[in-house]
Design a protein around this ligand. Structure first.
Ligand code: AMP
Length: 274
């Protein structure tokens, strides 16, 4: 992979990189399209990264369909699929990890304490292997995008990070490989995430600035749907992810909700500029 990227670079070709865990959907494809707009070639990685899963999480059950993924990538004009196996990326003796001091102590990092260490580590490795000029990440994983931006700044990675908007189903559900776990009834309950975010945004637009009020309304709405268990609902500063009490500057609402056994996340900017 490194030799192939060196060659592209020598030929003056700009490389865009889209890291994924596969089981591709329109959200992933939108990142590939964004890559094509900005670069000469698009490289997609497909790797279900074990170090970002905690004990008892869905590493083994995570949906996989490599052949289908290949067909979708081909349709999108992807130049290379990089699909290593776990032993290649984490051989015996592996012991170097990338940790951030602050950002992982918010939102998803609270219930998934080793998750962002795994994400930052694998993304660092993939950057060194794929050698892209730009890398595209979805805003769906908002905290992940901020972690990567921070890591790239702090560690002087020579990669431009591009964030791409959340792609949703027509009824508003944010696309996710994990949506396949949902039963038809749970699929209805999963709409509580985007509906409550929409309501929070409307409250903000109508002049409510008290974050607690907005969070309470969000929690109430989600609890009305069967089989939902809230992990967190937060209104926070989009860069530091620190909680905000009063919405007097740009704010994002982020939430994680278990629907049955499936943990779903979503987010929305409540105020871009105040
Ligand atoms: P994953 O395969 O879930 O690790 O996701 C790979 C990349 O696709 C990440 O940068 C995600 O943020 C992005 N992504 C996943 N779902 C969506 C979505 N619905 N809209 C936009 N980007 C997404």
């Amino acid at each position: 992979m490194q030799a192939r990227s060196d060659l592209s670079r020598r030929q003056g070709r700009k490389i865009a990189f889209v890291p994924t865990m596969g089981f591709l959907h329109e959200g992933h494809l939108s990142l590939m399209k964004a890559g094509h707009k900005r670069a000469d070639e698009v490289i997609v990685s497909i790797f279900v990264n074990p170090t970002q899963f905690g004990p008892g999480e869905d590493l083994e059950a995570y949906p996989r369909d490599f052949d289908r993924d290949c067909r979708l990538c081909e349709k999108e004009g992807v130049n290379i699929i990089f699909a290593p196996d776990a032993k290649e990326l984490y051989p015996n003796g592996f012991q170097t990890y990338m940790t951030l001091e602050k950002l992982p102590h918010h939102l998803c990092g609270i219930s998934r304490p080793s998750h962002f260490r795994g994400v930052a580590t694998v993304v660092s490795k993939l950057f060194n292997i794929v050698k892209p000029h730009i890398a595209i990440f979805g805003e769906k994983d908002f905290q992940q995008l901020q972690v990567i931006r921070r890591m790239v700044k702090d560690m002087n990675f020579d990669v431009e990070i591009v964030g791409a908007p959340i792609v949703r189903e027509t009824d508003g559900l944010a696309m996710s490989s994990r949506n396949t776990y949902l039963s038809p009834e749970q699929r209805v309950s999963a709409l509580s995430l985007c509906k409550s975010l929409q309501k929070a945004k409307e409250m903000t637009a109508s002049g409510v600035t008290d974050a607690t009020k907005i969070i309470d309304a969000t929690i109430k709405l989600i609890r009305n749907y069967p089989e939902t268990a809230i992990d967190y609902v937060a209104v926070c500063d989009p860069e530091t992810l620190d909680d905000m009490k009063i919405i007097d500057k740009p704010a994002v609402m982020a939430l994680a909700v278990k629907v049955g056994k499936t943990r779903l996340i979503d987010n929305m900017m409540l105020a871009e500029r105040v």
